[in-house]
Design a binder for this molecule. Structure first.
Ligand SMILES: NC(=O)c1ccc[n+]([C@@H]2O[C@H](COP(=O)([O-])OP(=O)(O)OC[C@H]3O[C@@H](n4cnc5c(N)ncnc54)[C@H](O)[C@@H]3O)[C@@H](O)[C@H]2O)c1
Length: 482
């Protein structure tokens, strides 16, 4: 499908501005084929703007929000800092732009009410760019679920288990944050409950159900190297139990662990499905030992186009649904109401965990009464002081400013050496010697980098003893024997 006009049967083009040129830039691949011209980019990070200029040399590139919003653009792809999405989206809507917001949509119920009402007032299109529901496998499940193949949802377990320690100190491309000595605005402290849409979103899109109640227990254990000392940050584990609108239950799991995974399981009253390492298998017949077999979802023309985009095709479909609604009025799966359902589940799960696990209702912002009940609800996690927290004050001097580079390099080298140490301790039990040899080669290559990073880390630790920066470095170094 190389003829771009054929996707929507119109020559009309959409003038898109991109706010936030990290993730924002990763999403631009399918735009041209979906009637979208990328005409403006906004970021106050000079390095991000440079990447954008390389990619879109003829677009307006600016660090000034007003210039961006006054530009001749129809729509904004919003990929700014997660905790700012609600206000940033409202600013775009007030400037008359349609909005495709990255996940998640807001941090507090009160923000959610304001966002919902601004979308209604504006009459503009708002969608959330939740992409995980649209892998070929999840799209196949959604089609078959709608046909009734699986019956009613009894129980589901979807997860987004992703350890991203480095991103607490770097941008999305692994470049140390500038100015150094500061932590990432949200990845350094946010509870994973707030990043709940990659796991709950697919279940909602497949079954058509909305979450109505959430409960979560606080997990006290976290991985080393994260800034938040409790299990509340992105180094902890955040499972919640969710009651869906049909009375079925879902375990929604997010977190950082020593095993990144996307295992996805659904049990309906007529059949079940599971995805492990991307392979989809279904069990059909309506009894426990019913026949089970692998499914390879067939791809149509659009599915083949999508397969070239990131996140199993999901990145294509989010842009596609947004363009489709602008061009044809055909709604996408994550309008502002479904977006609120999905986002609120994480907020209420986090609230539940702070209350020792008491279940929390998930309001339906389609209903004016529910909005009124949550209109002034500003509950949210207390952020870490990303400006001053690492060094108990502003990061001054070259040693503190070098922290982000040192910790990034230390994590990378430590990972290679720690893996070799762990695997060599069970070398005689490993089936494939070539596997071990590869790990050992990586560790040998990393050793000089580890020595240099450890030396630089000790400089910081000795200059700022007792600081969070020192604690983080010690925790990372303790992961290796040497
Ligand atoms: N759906 C997915 O698979 C996926 C993957 C990665 C990130 N995301 C989402 O994308 C968003 C962006 O993530 P990211 O990884 O690029 O990291 P990020 O949050 O560090 O990047 C935000 C970018 O926006 C810029 N920015 C923020 N506010 C600004 C303002 N007012 N004016 C100018 N520039 C501003 C920052 O300089 C930065 O470059 C996040 O909300 C994240 O949740 C989604």
């Amino acid at each position: 499908m190389s003829d771009v006009a054929k996707v929507f049967n119109t020559d009309r083009r959409i003038r898109l501005g991109v706010w936030g040129l990290g993730r924002g830039l990763h999403l631009l691949g399918p735009c041209a084929a979906l009637n979208i011209d990328v005409v403006a980019g906004l970021d106050y990070n000079a390095y991000m703007r440079e990447q954008f200029v390389e990619r879109c040399p003829n677009a307006l590139t600016t660090d000034d929000l007003r210039t961006f919003l006054e530009a001749d653009i129809d729509a904004v792809l919003l990929a700014s800092f997660l905790p700012n999405h609600a206000d940033d989206a409202i600013a775009c809507l007030r400037a008359g732009k349609h909005v495709l917001s990255e996940v998640t949509a807001f941090m507090t119920p009160a923000e959610g009410v304001r966002l919902t009402e601004e979308v209604e007032r504006s009459g503009l299109i708002y969608q959330m760019a939740e992409n995980y529901p649209f892998s070929a496998e999840n799209r196949w499940l959604a089609r078959r679920w709608e046909e009734g193949l699986f019956g009613d949802l009894m129980y589901g377990e979807y997860e987004y288990v992703h350890e991203v320690l480095t991103l607490a100190y770097t941008d999305i491309n692994g470049v140390p944050l500038e100015p150094g000595g500061r932590a990432h605005p949200w990845r350094s402290w946010m509870s994973f409950h707030y990043y709940n849409t990659h796991s709950l979103g697919p279940i909602m899109a497949i079954t058509g159900l909305r979450p109505v109640e959430a409960a979560a227990l606080p997990g006290a254990v976290r991985l080393p190297g994260f800034l938040v000392r409790s299990g509340d940050g992105m180094g902890g584990i955040s499972p919640s139990l969710v009651r869906m609108s049909n009375g079925g239950l879902v375990r929604n799991l997010m977190g950082a662990t020593t095993n990144d995974s996307h295992i996805q399981r659904l049990w309906g009253t007529k059949g079940a499905a599971e995805q492990v390492d991307g392979a989809l298998r279904v069990r059909l017949g309506g009894f426990g030992s019913a026949p089970k077999h692998r499914i390879d979802p067939p791809l149509d023309d659009l599915g083949r186009m999508a397969a070239e985009a990131g996140h199993g095709g999901g990145d294509f479909w989010t842009i596609y649904y947004f363009a489709r609604e602008i061009l044809t009025g055909h709604k996408g799966p994550f309008d502002v109401y479904t977006t609120a359902d999905c986002t609120l589940q994480g907020i209420q799960a986090y609230r539940s965990q702070t209350l020792g696990g008491i279940p929390q209702p998930i309001p339906d912002f389609r209903r004016p009464d529910d909005r009124d009940a949550f209109r002034h609800d500003t509950f949210r996690q207390t952020p870490y002081d990303v400006e001053n927290g690492l060094f108990d004050g502003p990061a001054e001097g070259p040693v503190a400013a070098g922290f982000n580079t040192v910790v990034r390099d230390l994590i990378a080298a430590t990972n290679a050496v720690a893996a070799a140490e762990a695997w060599s301790s069970i070398a005689e039990d490993v089936a494939d010697p070539a596997f071990l040899a590869g790990i050992e080669t990586d560790a040998v290559a990393a050793r000089p980098r580890l020595d240099a990073a450890q030396q630089a880390a000790w400089q910081i630790i000795e200059a700022f003893p007792g600081s969070d920066a020192a604690r983080v470095l010690v925790e990372v170094m303790d992961r290796t024997a040497s």
